[in-house]
Design a binder for this molecule. Sequence first.
Ligand code: ADP
Length: 426
Amino acid sequence: MSIFIILVLALALIFAWLKILSHRRAVRALEQAIFRKQPLLSEDLPGAAGSAWERLRIVGNELIAECAQLQQQRTGQLAQLEATLGSLQEGVLIVDANNYVLLANKAIQAISPRPAHQIIGHRLELVLHSAAFLTHVEAIRRGRSRPQQEVEFVEAGRTTWLEVTGTTIPSQNGERGLWTIFVLHDITKQKQLEMVRKDFVANVSHELRTPLCVIKGYVETLVDGHADIPDDDRERFLKIIQRHTERLNSLLEDLLVLSRLESINPGLKREIIDLPALLTAIIEDYRGRPAAADHTLEWVNDPALVPFGLDPLKFTQVVENLLDNALKYTPKGSRIQLVARLHTADEVVVSLRDNGPGIPAEDLPHLFERFYRVDKGRSRETGGTGLGLSIVKHIAQLHGGRVWVESQLGAGTTFFVCVPLRSGVK
Ligand code: ADP
């Protein structure tokens, strides 16, 4: 009898052990399914069947499906966010509390020598070398800065100006500390324009001040001592005032011409022009002027030139500015040669060569800039405004052309104006 009881107990124990094993297998199968995010089949739970396990399997599968759906949504949203940030003109940067870059969009490349994906995960100070920006980041983090600031970045010798807007956000991964998000807007062009404008205003003020001071000084002398000033001195003073008034006048005239050329409507009036006839008339006019009396003016025509579309008044100003310079900056007895020829099948080059003192190589790249003078004293003495060549360049560019200069010290200078050979007037 006792053997029978022992046998029954042993069988019950074996049965229970097998049941426990099957439950353990089922738990492992469930664990694996969740880990792999794959639904669990009934066959995956052999021997553990039963309504409780079946319910657990169904609920587990529902959770796995929901999780997969959320994951898909998140991936889609991330891709959308990445595409949106990537298409932005503005740079976007997120750094964590320890200055590690968490996110950088494509536009950041404008200021960083490395592509955006090589910045992420690195410390900010190692990838963006701007002390001003790093100080701004710290100030934003501590709430001690205006959210918007202009910052200068110098990378590989290139300067970029950015308007940086920054704010802190709570960290999104449960870390302690705040993240900081920045939007960087490139304002380099505006800054450059601003600098050009400031330089221009400073230059104009300087140019106007000199003749005005001279005029004021002599007028005061004439007013204060009008009874005692001898006639000779009076005449000399008035002539000085006249010369400086003329200088002021030419400066204002040149400034007006330049501002008109740079305006939205520069008033280019093309006509079909016989260029050799126009240049012959200009040379004839100059040959008769006292300023050219001690110079030899030559004119070389190209018979292949056909009439083409050109603004005759503006082009006359180009040639006159170059001729005036050649007469001003070369000594008596110099030779000046005006040449017009076909450069290519659809371009005409007008050049003016002189055998004067030439221009140093370091000045050549700046020659067409406003107010640039090689010999300041000589330019002012001869009534120069420093704007003549700038006007020449603007007129050539308005015609769709270009200018350049070649010069050799002691041998002379040649200015070239190249314009397209347009058959129409539009
Ligand atoms: P400016 O009114 O002073 O003549 P420009 O713009 O016409 O101004 O010329 C700029 C400078 O280029 C001049 O001041 C002068 O120093 C130099 N330059 C122009 N043409 C010649 C030339 N043919 N030979 C030597 N220097 C020249």
